[in-house]
Design a protein around this ligand. Structure first.
Ligand SMILES: C[C@H](O)[C@H](O)[C@H]1CNC2=NC(N)=NC(=O)C2=N1
Length: 100
């Protein structure tokens, strides 16, 4: 069973509440760039998020260059944004806050 897509109004409300994320131009994903002190901190963040993502069975599209981690969240199975993306975004924000 696919997760239901969020309505545009729900996406707007969520973006006002989760700090630092922006909506992709096509409206199907949210993006955030994280910055850490160094590669060690960035990779520790990714390790923590990877374990959380696996527990949620919801996985980020991301890339890392030294101290920066760029993240895109979308629900592939549903073809856009769902509550699962917001849940993972909040978890990633919390993990980043603990390292900044
Ligand atoms: C079978 C498995 O539950 C699905 O493929 C999950 C895994 N992780 C996922 N992650 C993301 N970001 N989107 C998905 O649709 C998705 N689907």
């Amino acid at each position: 069973m696919r997760d239901p897509l969020l309505e545009p109004a729900a996406i707007e409300a969520a973006l006002a509440e989760i700090e630092g994320w922006e909506l992709a131009p096509d409206g199907r994903s949210i993006l955030r760039n994280f910055k850490f002190a160094d590669f060690r901190a960035a990779f520790a963040f990714m390790t923590e998020c990877a374990l959380s993502a696996e527990k949620l069975d919801h996985h980020p599209e991301w890339s890392n260059v030294y101290s920066r981690v760029s993240v895109t969240l979308t629900t592939h199975d549903s073809g856009g944004l769902t509550e699962r993306d917001l849940r993972l975004a909040r978890l990633m924000d919390k993990a980043a806050r603990a390292r900044n």
